[in-house]
Design a protein around this ligand. Structure first.
Ligand SMILES: [Zn+2]
Length: 441
């Protein structure tokens, strides 16, 4: 146990729980044990076993009718943006004009609560957060002001001039309106500086637009990103990739992850297997954001067609067959009336189920792989002594039927109960000051 792992979480200091589990699931091995107890003290797991140790003042939580497991991970979303049918016609370009960083930070808090309620205790936040609303969200949760998932955030997305957009000359010259959504970096000096700016303002990884403009990053450009991110605290580089050429360059450069499956399933999956084999060889993460086929429109592309969905599912099958490291990821940054953000996110199970990947593998992808792609596996996630107590419970057995994850009845985050009997109970998380300290790192 490291020093950090034995330190109580101040917001949870003095609390103790003994959780009685019906079925305690280990997603790593895809197995379960019955009638286990998980003991939690000062925010951390102290013991897991078939008998409960005596913990002074511990409250017993009876989850004997449920499956108990570690929290889920959405490895690609943007909590500080919510684009909508009205007024921006689901075109996120206009959301940046409409919503200030301040209102987006508040949206991020709400979205964080909603996905935590659906069992997501970790979220990898991939930019498009105005002027660092993502850092504000992470810090607010870490300092103990509000409940929320653990946030692994990228800061501002770095790209060649123009980012992901086709801005007007006025926007580029005056650097306003769609900036600061994207940080321009076109030369080696600018690349180093952009990485450093994000690190300075609280990024936990670096996100780049590899090929959104007709002047994609070269292999050397991306190697420089990887080198400078590593220099700045060992951060990893995630690449938004949308062309096959971009994917080949990103793989050659050895970036940490390819975000989105678009580039991998181009041309009716003609090169999908080949690209996946290369990714598997190099150990590059596939963060595919496989949008499900639904009856609601989900993007400014106007939703997903049956043909597109079929190509995605084929892509998932190929990635699995070729042993690519995969993460559950959504890019679900839009408003669907009548659904919480958590419900929109968990609905991505539809794509995974369609791929035929076994439930226990999907569960491992949504937990263990999520901690790994977020680069926190040695600090948080698994239910084991010394780790922060991030624990959920669901009806049914997700090892056999993955849709069991849609009914999350209990959520514990950092050793505090956030949801009990299917109802959110956030009071214990709310404080009038930074109970966990003031650091932004
Ligand atoms: Zn995204």
């Amino acid at each position: 146990m490291t020093q950090q792992q034995s330190t109580p979480l101040p917001s949870s200091a003095g609390t103790a729980y003994t959780i009685r589990t019906g079925r305690l699931i280990d997603p790593e091995t895809g197995s379960a044990k019955t009638d286990q107890f998980v003991s939690v003290k000062d925010g951390r797991i102290v013991e897991v076993g078939s008998s409960a140790p005596h913990l002074e003042g511990a409250e017993m939580i009876d989850l004997s009718n449920f499956s108990v497991l570690p929290g889920l991970v959405d490895a690609h979303d943007h909590l500080a943006i919510t684009y909508k049918k009205f007024p921006e016609n689901n075109y996120f370009y206009y959301t940046y004009v409409q919503d200030s960083t301040a209102i987006r930070a508040i949206q991020a808090v709400s979205n964080g609560l909603q996905i935590l309620s659906s069992g997501f205790t970790v979220e990898r936040d991939c930019g498009n957060c105005g002027l660092y609303a993502d850092t504000a969200l992470r810090v607010a949760i870490e300092q103990g002001w509000i409940p929320g998932p653990t946030i692994i955030n990228s800061g501002i997305i770095i790209g060649g001039m123009g980012g992901q957009f086709n801005p007007t000359p006025e926007m580029v010259k005056q650097h306003d309106i769609v900036y600061p959504e994207y940080l321009d970096a076109d030369t080696p000096d600018e690349i180093v500086k952009a990485v450093r700016q994000n690190v300075l303002f609280g990024a936990k990884f670096i996100k780049i637009m590899v090929d959104s403009q007709p002047y994609p990053y070269t292999v050397d450009d991306m190697r420089l990103f990887v080198k400078e991110a590593a220099n700045a605290g060992g951060l990893k580089v995630a690449g938004h990739v949308q062309t096959e050429e971009g994917a080949r360059r990103a793989i050659e450069a050895g970036i940490w992850s390819i975000e989105h499956d678009i580039a991998l399933i181009e041309h009716d999956n003609a090169h999908t297997d080949e690209l996946h084999k290369l990714m598997a060889q190099k150990g590059i993460w596939r963060v595919g954001t496989e949008t499900p086929l639904t009856d609601y429109g989900v993007s400014f592309y106007g939703g997903v067609s049956q043909a597109e969905f079929d190509r995605r599912v084929k892509g998932l099958k190929s990635a699995y067959a070729n042993g690519v490291k995969m993460a559950f990821s959504t890019d679900a940054d839009y408003y669907v009336p009548g659904m919480t953000r958590g419900e929109v996110v968990i609905n991505f199970l539809k794509s995974w189920k369609a791929s035929g990947i076994p439930a226990k593998e999907i569960l491992k992808i949504m937990t263990v792989n999520g901690y790994k792609v977020s680069d926190i596996y040695d600090k948080r996630g698994p239910i084991k002594p010394g780790f922060p107590a991030d624990i959920i419970a669901v009806k049914g057995n997700p090892l056999e039927e993955i849709d069991a994850l849609r009914t999350v009845v209990f959520v514990m985050k950092d050793g505090l109960v956030f949801k009990r009997d299917g109802v959110m109970t956030p009071e214990k998380f709310l404080h009038s000051g930074p109970v966990n300290g003031w650091s932004i790192r």
